[in-house]
Write a protein that binds this ligand. Structure first.
Ligand SMILES: Nc1ncnc2c1ncn2[C@@H]1O[C@H](COP(=O)(O)OP(=O)(O)O)[C@@H](O)[C@H]1O
Ligand SMILES: [Mg+2]
Length: 329
C-alpha cells in the first residue's frame, strides 16, 4: 500500500487499523453522514519517510491484540506511521502516546497514578521463573495477565501456590507477546460485573456494565462474542451480558478525562471494578474500543456514530466545510 499523498486528495478521514470486522460498523456510520474516508490496513507494507502524507484526519485504531490475528508487527508499523504523521503536523486522534498505552498496561497504570486513579497492586515480571516470587509478594488469589494483550488474553485467576506451579508447567500458560507478564491483586467484586466507561473526543459517551460470570473475555465487539449454549449459563439471557447504564456519574470522571487528555487519547473505553468496600480500581484502558451492538440497540446511543461525527467535525474544523464534499469526488 502507498501511504503518500499522491493519489488521495482532497482531505478525508483515514482509519488506521488491522481488523476489518471492527471497522465495519464505522464504515456504515461514515456512509450515513456522508463523510469521506479511507482505510489504512497496517500489517505489512512500505513507509517512505521522504514522502508527504495526504491531508486529512487520522484515527488510529491499532489494537494490542493484533498479534492474535497474525499481525505481529502491526503496532510497530503504526508507531512508525504515527511518527511520520506527527512530523507533518497532521491531526491525529489517538496519537503516538495513545498507542504506547494501548500496548502496555504498565504504561497505563503509571500514567493513571499521576492523576490519582487507583489501579490494582501489580508486579511486572520478565521471565516466567520470577512469577512465583511476584505472586507471593502480592498474596493469593492473584490475577496473571499480559502486559500487551486485550480481549482477556492470558488473564487467569490463580488461587494458590500449588495452582500457580501447575499453571506455569501446563500448556495453558502463554507468555505475553512483549515478554512482560503482570501479576496483579485480584479485586473481588461483591457482584459479578465490571464497568466500562466510553469516552469520545474526551467526553463521556456512556458506561456499560459487563457481566463477568462467563469469564474474563469481555471484548464488546460482536465478532468476539463466545457462543454459549443457554443451558450452560441460564442466568444470563443472550444479549444481557452488556448493559448500557441510562445514567452514569462517578467521582473519577474528571481524573480519567485529565489522564486521557494528557496522553493524547481522544477515544477510549476505560474499565474499572469495585471491591467489597466500594473502592474503584481502574485496570484497563482500551484506546481501540468497540461497542456492543445489542446493548446499543436497546439503549439507542451508538459509539461508532459518535466517533464518525467527531471525526467529521475535526475534518471540517481543520479544512473547512468544503472538505466534506470530498466524498462526492
Ligand atoms: N485485578 C483484577 N481483579 C479482578 N478481575 C480482573 C482483574 N484484572 C482483570 N480482571 C478481569 O479480567 C478481564 C480482562 O482483564 P483486562 O485487564 O481487561 O485485560 P484485557 O486487556 O485483555 O481486556 C477484566 O475485564 C476483568 O473481568
Ligand atoms: Mg479489558
Amino acid at each position: 500500500m502507498s501511504l503518500s499523498s499522491r493519489e488521495l486528495t482532497p482531505p478525508r478521514i483515514f482509519v488506521l487499523h488491522e481488523n476489518i470486522p471492527w471497522v465495519e460498523p464505522l464504515r456504515r456510520e461514515f456512509a450515513a453522514i456522508d463523510a469521506p474516508f479511507s482505510e489504512w490496513f497496517l500489517d505489512r507494507g512500505l513507509l517512505d519517510l521522504t514522502s508527504t502524507p495526504p491531508e486529512g484526519i487520522f484515527y488510529n485504531r491499532m489494537s494490542a491484540s493484533s498479534h492474535t490475528r497474525g499481525h505481529r508487527y502491526a503496532p510497530e508499523y503504526t508507531a512508525a506511521v504515527l511518527a511520520w504523521l506527527t512530523k507533518h503536523a497532521r491531526t491525529i486522534v489517538n496519537g503516538e502516546r495513545a498507542l504506547q498505552l494501548e500496548i502496555s498496561k504498565v504504561a497505563q497504570y503509571e500514567s493513571l497514578a499521576k492523576f490519582g486513579v487507583e489501579t490494582p497492586a501489580t508486579i511486572a515480571v520478565i521471565g516466567r521463573e520470577y512469577i512465583p516470587q511476584a505472586a507471593a509478594a502480592i498474596g493469593y488469589p492473584v490475577i496473571l495477565k499480559h502486559n500487551r494483550a486485550g480481549k482477556g488474553l492470558g488473564v487467569k485467576l490463580i488461587y494458590s501456590e500449588a495452582g500457580l506451579t501447575e499453571h506455569l508447567a501446563s500448556e495453558a500458560f502463554e507468555d505475553s507477546v512483549d515478554g512482560i507478564m503482570l501479576v496483579q491483586r485480584y479485586i473481588k467484586a461483591p457482584e459479578p460485573f465490571i464497568t466500562r466507561v466510553e469516552f469520545i473526543g474526551g467526553k463521556l459517551l456512556y458506561a456499560v456494565r459487563v457481566d463477568t460470570t462467563q469469564g474474563f473475555e469481555l471484548c464488546p465487539a460482536d465478532a468476539c462474542q463466545i457462543q454459549q449454549p443457554s443451558e450452560a449459563c441460564p442466568a444470563i439471557a443472550p444479549g444481557d451480558k452488556f448493559r448500557i447504564l441510562p445514567r452514569f456519574e462517578h467521582p473519577l470522571i474528571p481524573a480519567w478525562q485529565s489522564f486521557l487528555a494528557a496522553n493524547d487519547i481522544g477515544v477510549a473505553g476505560i474499565e474499572f471494578i469495585n471491591d467489597a468496600q466500594g473502592c474503584a480500581y481502574t485496570y484497563d484502558v482500551n484506546t481501540n474500543t468497540n461497542y456492543n451492538p445489542d446493548a446499543e440497540t436497546r439503549d439507542g446511543r451508538r459509539g461508532m456514530q459518535a466517533i464518525a461525527l467527531h471525526l467529521k467535525r475535526l475534518l471540517i474544523e481543520r479544512y473547512g466545510a468544503a472538505s466534506n464534499l470530498a466524498s462526492a469526488a
